[in-house]
Design a protein around this ligand. Sequence first.
Ligand SMILES: [Cu+2]
Length: 132
Amino acid sequence: MKTLVTIGFFALIFFSIPLQAAEKEWLHDMHAMMHSMDVGLSQALEGSDLQMLGQMGISKKLDKDMMTRGTRMVKDGKAMIKEMLEGEAMKRLHKEGGYDKKIMDDIHELGDRMLKVIEQIEKLHEGVEKQK
Ligand SMILES: [Cu+2]
C-alpha cells in the first residue's frame, strides 16, 4: 500500500509538471505581450514629445531631426501594439487555446485604448502642422 501511494504521488507530480508548464507558458506569453505593448506606448509618447519639441521651432539645428525621429517612434510604437494584438504570436495563442478568456479580453481592450491614445496624439500633431 505504501509503495502504491508513493508511486501515485510521484506519478501525480510527474504528470502535473507539463500541465503547469503549459499554463505558465500562456501566462508568460500574455505578460510578454503586455510588456511589449507598454514599451510601444512609451515609445510613442516619447516620440510625440520629440515631435512637439521639433514643432516649436526653437532649435534650428535639431528641429527637423527631432520631428523625423519622433514621427518614426510614434509609428513604431503603434506598430508594436498592433503586432501584439494581431500578430502571429497572438494568432498562435488563440489557436492553441487554454488561456484565461477574461485576461485575453482585458489585454485586447487595453491595447485598443493604447492605440486610441496614440491616434489622438497623432491628430493633435497633424493639427499643429496644418496651422504652420
Ligand atoms: Cu488575443
